[in-house]
Design a protein around this ligand. Sequence first.
Ligand SMILES: [Ca+2]
Length: 313
Amino acid sequence: MLQDVAIAYNAGVGSPEKVVHGKTHKASGLHKFRRLKAAIDDRDWTADPSSAHSRWPSPATGFAMKKLRPNRSLPFVVLLLAGHPKAVASDGPVAVYLSKDLGVGTLSEVAKALERPLDDAWVVKLATGEKRKIKTCLDFLAVTKSRFELPNAVDWTTLWQQGAHCFALKALEDARPALRSNLGWFRFTKPGIAKLSPRLAWLESPDDLDEAMAAEKACHGWGNFDETLKIRVDGADRAALRSDGWSGRLFLYARADIDGDGLEDLLIRRDGHASGGTAAEARIFVVSQPSATGCTRVLREVGAPDALQPGQE
Ligand SMILES: [Ca+2]
């Protein structure tokens, strides 16, 4: 609820008292609550010395603000502003969220993390016949730029599953705190995930991909696109997925501006394996919402080259 106050404030809900043609127009919206507004304008989130500083709401929301001091007017403001149709965008730096699964505390640690050893070491054969050792994400990312093979084809999926983590770190290398967000609504919950782009689904044929792309364009969410999709959230940023023909896991790796346009993006990993089969894949998606009133879009996706790609026959 408190977040609605911040979002509504940022969205400029209401107007201050003004005099037009000699007539006084009363303040409206948040501007009616002068003490609260003055405290916000002063960035005085903790004017009450007895209130402890804390992050609010949870880091998973992508917001990090300190608690507003107790204020008599606050319950009324919350009632007034909750659900306001304009309250969808936020201005000002948006806190970066990084999953513990990434093993980095801040974006500045990402470059170093690419040098860490992978769970397994690999030897791959490049198309030129040259053998190359893969010990770190940097090694992995270098060989994925060209064709290569593994001595044991059984390892193929495992290598790409370990490598998904590397693609995620690579995507974050140039990420920065977002200036604005149209994703303030997104929480890592069942309804939140179901509203994301249907392109996060495991798409097994070019027809499936075409359908998912059309559904995304029409602003249909994943849950609407795949009515068999079952989501079980297992924590702040991980969920189990079950659908017709496949099951898997979803991870929210990060919230930050990944493509540099100033808007907040989601960095999501989706693992999947075929029900009753051996096929499996792990993919990394950069998801954003370009407009305040629109829906989410996959900006970028990356994974094993044998998986479907948009435009592929
Ligand atoms: Ca962005």
